[in-house]
Design a protein around this ligand. Sequence first.
Ligand code: ADP
Ligand code: MG
Length: 711
Amino acid sequence: MDYTPRGLGDGAPLDHQELIGAPLRWPSEKALAERPSFGGRKAEEGAEHLGLVTVGALLEHLPRDRREARTVAALAAGEQATVVVEVRSISSRPVRRRGMRPLVEALVFDATGPLQVTFFNQPWLVKKYPPGTRLVLHGTYEARNRFRVSSHAPTADEIGAGDEVAHYPAAEGLSSTQILAVVREHLGAARLAPDPLPGRLRARHRLPDMPSALLAGHAGQLEPARQRLAFDELLYVQLDLLRRRSRRAEEVKAPQLPATDDGAQKGLVSEWIDQQLPFELTGDQERAVAVVLGDIARGHPMQRLLMGEVGSGKTVVALAAMLRAVENGHQAALMAPTETLANQHFATLQELMPGQAVPIALLTGSTPAARRRDLLGKLASGQLGILVGTHALIEDDVLFDRLAVVVVDEQHRFGVRQRTALDAKAAGPAGTAAPHVLHMTATPIPRTLALLGYGDLDVTELRELPKGREPIATHLASGERDRSRAYERIREELRAGRQAYVVCPLVEESDALAARAATAEYERLSADEFEDFTVALIHGQMPSAQKAEAMRSFKAGEVDVLVATTVIEVGVDVPNATVMLIENAERYGLSQLHQLRGRIGRGEHASVCICFGAKESERLTAFSTWNDGFKLAEVDLRIRGEGELTGTRQSGMAAFRFATMPEDGELLERARLSAREILELDPELQMAEHVPLREALERVRGSLLAIAIAA
Ligand code: ADP
Ligand code: MG
């Protein structure tokens, strides 16, 4: 934040806090806007590099705590720690796989020994930290002398453990000690720092006022100071996101889709829920349906992300919205990333509305030409209410009459262009109206990321699983004894009339290799371990018709064991399948494992998942401990470090100055809540007590854009 003087007589009302014991406003701001002198060209350059161009900025340059610093020899596995080390060698590791992050690896040491450290996503560090550079590193120590760096700064100080001195992030030409000297000179100005937070908010969140925070920070009480500045930072981001969202919501129009219930005469959705839905909605489903129907009853486009565990029943919520469109004489579309998934949705939707007269159709790449022509005609004339399909839906000749609700399943699998192409089909003759969009995902996005990266989507979660579901027990296994026990366990289930999945090793390099491995395993298992049972095979290289037949026979119960590659990851719903064996489980990411496991535990019987893989793997341990996908996503984020998430957008979390994610998740929640409350009360931040906040927000706007993640 910079402290550009606001000038006199700008009419800005004073915060009463500033009147108590503070001198007049203008001298303080002048002092804060001054340029501190570091003495010498080199030091000035270093200061420029660190952004220490005003006294205000200097005072916000908080030291890091170093009392926590450990010696390399004293590091314990799995622990977060700070070390002070010197670089011996450093190099970047070439990226082999697509979607893999560039890594920089360095061998560093302190007086007690060497350490292998890894930096993620910052290839330039090879040049920035040549051998001989002294660094303060914060991160996680893993087994086998490896250290995963989450934050780093060069230091000019000597290497020494147990050093009590606070340490300022330094730069070339400007050491921590030099910074400390200049900070001491200007510390008095901290008393004058303006406080953007209304006193009410500070009191509620037990945050120090800005002057106290800065003074404390430089006096060695780092955590309270950092928290205060991190809170401000997160609040700005949330205010910015929420304001942008509400502006979009005000400007863009969408069809209003209210309930048409009229006394005893029920509308389509009410009728469907009361009469046709074959089960009771879970509490979460009920809430989500209410929220979604509320969204689409307004005249502005819904943009909601529905996150729900596999099997949590997202389709029901989507169907409610689609039926509401039909109820109002509009149309709805559901787009899924694969044909299997589209087929599955089509089947599920029909099961969910037995006897319902709503015209619904399926459109994929394999829809025969004649059928397609007929269907497109009905779509354009408005006879077809709901269209389910794959990318085939966004082709140019697919024209809707009155598209109002769009559902995108597994939304992260589509590109932005594909998602918006469907939106464009809703444009009316005037080209003004946008559809309501419900994005669905079973890849749980940690709340912290959801609040940041998806900040301009509304988020609804389905956490509760439908009644009568038994939790899945997950066992890690390795070695021959575990293996024969696992097969025996599977046979027990099969004898009890249940069904099983055997998931073959993931082969990254090629689908053909994966298919071969699955085929070999299929032959081995059907001849040997499961010779008394019916075994079928499914993999990505099989023709569609064969795949469909394998799925059909498994679903119909004609097949006991399905040997598969990861093609079964999504879109498979066989409640009678109660056991899954995953080979080489360590090759999968946590979210993928969780997706796989979601194929079982879908019915009334207890299920078991057996994973063959390295038992000491942190990921597999987490996987066997937690059934909750949200919990797993948080763990995944921690294990992988900031800035990476499978299949979702890159997070901008590394851009924060004071906050770190996911550790500051709770602070983020509070900031989100505060931002909401503030904007509800005062959408334009015009109230006297919000003026300093608005001004601070305007000043930091540029850097917020870097944090807010563009779609
Ligand atoms: P997902 O969230 O994984 O997309 P689905 O919507 O496909 O989940 O639902 C999974 C299965 O659970 C479907 O067979 C669906 O009919 C069933 N289901 C959904 N909601 C309920 C409920 N409230 N009670 C019982 N079964 C339900
Ligand atoms: Mg689904």
